[in-house]
Design a binder for this molecule. Structure first.
Ligand SMILES: CC(C)(COP(=O)(O)OP(=O)(O)OC[C@H]1O[C@@H](n2cnc3c(N)ncnc32)[C@H](O)[C@@H]1OP(=O)(O)O)[C@@H](O)C(=O)NCCC(=O)NCCS
Length: 163
């Protein structure tokens, strides 16, 4: 029997029309998942994401065939790597790494001299090993979260505004 070939992932910048797909992916991850209600309580709605993308945020997504399977967004005003999410069936294929590379590169090109993110405290979560593998280091634990930071290869001075 001939196996069905999976098309290779494609990557592109997020457009406003993609916003519903971002919520679909963000509510279906294997770990660190959020429901739509939880996101709304955090003020994360389609309208607020559209506003972010129209101001200092930018994002990229990965598709396989016609399906959006992953996305990542960052904020050049603060240096925050705001969100990354990959659907369970598409983890471990290098898609998250490719999206992180796009976001990190954009932050450096935008003048940031330091990037930061918050994640779960549990070091057993895949995200923590993923970030460490990419060179992110622990910054602090606060508000029940782990804060991590990353510096571009050649500089270590503060650039973007800290939260
Ligand atoms: C974390 C996440 C984004 C990783 O995406 P992914 O597509 O599976 O990651 P990749 O396949 O691109 O892995 C990139 C690299 O990280 C490494 N890696 C991934 N998880 C790792 C772990 N736990 N420990 C060590 N290395 C790890 C991979 O081996 C790979 O290394 P390589 O480039 O040398 O081969 C994805 O698992 C996810 O969306 N998780 C759920 C949502 C989430 O937790 N988001 C973050 C919230 S803070």
């Amino acid at each position: 029997m001939t196996p069905i070939a999976t098309p290779p992932p494609q990557f592109r910048e997020i457009a406003t029309a993609d916003i519903p797909s971002l919520f679909d992916v963000r509510t279906r991850t294997r770990e660190n998942g959020y429901t739509l209600d939880q996101l709304q309580r955090l003020g994360i709605t389609p309208a607020s994401v559209e506003h972010r993308l129209a101001t200092s945020f930018k994002g990229w997504l990965g598709t396989v065939g016609d399906e959006v399977v992953a996305f990542c967004m960052a904020d050049a005003a603060t240096g925050e790597l705001w969100v990354i999410a990959v659907l369970p069936d598409f983890e471990g294929l290098g898609i998250g790494g490719r999206l992180m590379a796009l976001a990190e590169q954009w932050l450096w090109q935008s003048g940031c001299r330091r990037a930061w993110l918050t994640t779960d405290l549990d070091p057993a979560r895949r995200a923590y090993g993923f970030y460490r593998r990419r060179g992110w280091t622990d910054w602090k634990t606060e508000d029940g979260q782990r804060w991590m930071e990353l510096f571009p290869a050649t500089v270590s001075a503060a650039g973007c505004r800290r939260p």
